[in-house]
Design a protein around this ligand. Structure first.
Ligand code: FE2
Ligand code: FE2
Length: 497
């Protein structure tokens, strides 16, 4: 095991030390030949102290001086890009890393399909491209802000470390988008890079751009649900942008996807370990009925129906992130070649231009759910959402296996696509998890069974007690099967100070 010792290098100097000459090739791991691009270097030098100010203000509260066992990206080859070592978060080596260039890569979709991929910004699409990068970039610091208070209630040092790993990598994702803005968009790119540090999650006068990123992440169950369901939206968006005809964006996103995989792992295993603790406690106490909530909660674990309600909430809020199912903006992003579909270059069975193709979209017409064929170009968001829902199912199935093995009669399901939506085709309609169109009165009478209620949140809050001793875990969550980087069970993932 190698370790990254950054405690003494210039990356650790923040605030008043900002004028120290910094060798950026040393401080910022990069494979974009940063040292030979003076203009880019200057732009990043100007932005970096502001980033560190933001990190210190809005990053993990209370643990900035603790030493965290983090992985740092130091290369892009799949076998050896990560190094592990104890690092203070403000000294994390946020780097700029692009996946290797694919020689001869062509634009995979739209009206420029088959032409060489752009190495520079295509002038006619400049503002649309900038907007796509800004919207993606805005989600990265937003999630750090949403999660900043969770350290204090971490159910173990292992989980605390995973939270901080996700946080520093979201910070790196911001760097990745800022690199594109300042390298390719001149003055307005630099202004956008600054604005990314100024918006704040949940703040009324200058909120983050997308709704779900202004919601609170008040507890660890929310964090696990967020990293399973909402980071997976991140995966789908990055995958679609990895198909971009603008090659620097494609290469940036391809590398980001390798990090995103860990975030979803944290979410999936976090929920799974919660389920394991619940099932084990129920079996031990002889509680057979998963709906006997009172008996289950007495055991200090989370009842399965509550987990389903939490999942319902996070799924529905995340589905809104895909935007309107039918969208002319999405059509233009696709036709211009700036954003593909999921897995675009490898999709068989259509021409990747979609001029005459159609796609089935669920809509509410005359109080009934129907599927309508609409021009496929205008249904790009709808298709990405459908692909996302399929992608979510794997983890849900694995969670159900744990419950089945314990012999408990309960099964998690994904609610209907239209359930609890605020954006797109289902906004303004009331749809049950099973897909029935409801009246407002029916919804008001029933929705407390489908979404977390105040008593649920209070119960979850009561479980959120810190468990910060080496090798110990809170009652409601099982230990992981394997440690990070194969470390033993009592490993000190965070040296708190
Ligand atoms: Fe991210
Ligand atoms: Fe992520």
């Amino acid at each position: 095991m190698s370790s990254v010792d950054t405690t003494t290098d210039a990356a650790g100097t923040i605030g008043s030390d900002r004028f120290v000459e910094i060798s950026y090739d040393d401080v910022i791991p990069n494979n974009v030949e940063l040292s030979s691009d003076k203009q880019l270097q200057r732009a990043l030098e100007t932005w970096r102290p502001n980033y560190l100010d933001w990190w210190n203000d809005m990053g993990p509260e209370g643990y900035q001086q603790s030493e965290v066992y983090l992985r740092t990206a130091v290369g892009v080859d799949p076998s050896g890009w990560a190094k592990f070592g104890h690092v203070k978060m403000p000294a994390y080596r946020w780097g700029i890393l692009l996946a290797p260039k694919v020689e001869g890569r062509t634009i995979p979709c739209g009206r420029h399909k088959g032409q060489p991929a752009w190495q520079d910004v295509p002038g006619e699409y400049r503002s649309l491209l900038r907007r796509l990068i800004v919207v993606q970039g805005d989600t990265e610091p937003a999630s750090v802000e949403q999660q900043r208070y969770l350290g204090a209630t971490a159910p173990s040092l292992y989980d605390m470390r995973n939270l901080f790993q996700v946080n520093v990598e979201e910070g790196r994702h911001l760097w990745a988008m800022v690199y594109l803005l300042v390298k390719y968009f001149g003055k307005d790119g630099r202004e956008e890079a600054q604005a990314l540090l100024e918006r704040r999650s949940g703040q009324e006068d200058n909120p983050r751009i997308l709704g779900a990123f202004n919601e609170r992440t008040p507890d660890w169950l929310s964090f696990f649900m967020f990293t399973y369901f909402t980071d997976r939206d991140g995966k789908m968006q990055l995958a679609a942008l990895a198909e971009s005809g603008f090659d620097p964006l494609s290469r940036t996103c391809r590398f980001m996807l390798t990090e995103e995989a860990h975030h979803m792992f944290v979410g999936e295993t976090g929920v799974q370990r919660t389920i394991e603790a619940t099932c084990a406690a129920m079996v031990k106490a002889g509680v057979k009925d998963p709906n006997d909530v009172e008996a289950v909660r007495k055991l200090g674990v989370v009842d399965l129906p509550l987990l389903q309600r939490k999942a319902n909430f996070h799924m529905s809020v995340t589905r809104d992130l895909f935007g309107s199912e039918i969208s002319s903006n999405a059509a233009e992003a696709f036709s211009s070649g700036l954003k593909g579909r999921f897995n675009e270059a490898n999709l068989k069975g259509d021409d990747h231009v979609l001029q005459d193709a159609t796609y089935g979209v669920s809509r509410v017409v005359g109080g009934k759910l129907v599927e309508e064929q609409v021009p496929a170009l205008r249904a790009i968001n709808s298709r990405l959402l459908d692909d996302y829902i399929v992608d979510c199912q794997g983890g849900v199935d694995r969670w159900n296996k744990v419950i089945e093995k314990a012999g408990i009669a309960f099964k998690f399901v994904q609610p209907h696509k239209g359930f609890n939506r605020r954006i797109g085709e289902f906004a303004g309609h009331r749809i049950s998890p099973l897909g029935e169109v409801l009246t407002e009165e029916q919804w008001q009478a029933e929705s407390g069974r489908w979404l977390p209620n105040d008593a649920d949140m209070a119960f979850i809050g009561s479980l959120m007690k810190p468990c910060h001793e080496r090798g110990n875990y809170a009652s409601w969550i099982a230990p992981p099967r394997v440690g990070i980087n194969n470390q033993p069970g009592d490993f000190e993932y965070v040296r708190i100070c």
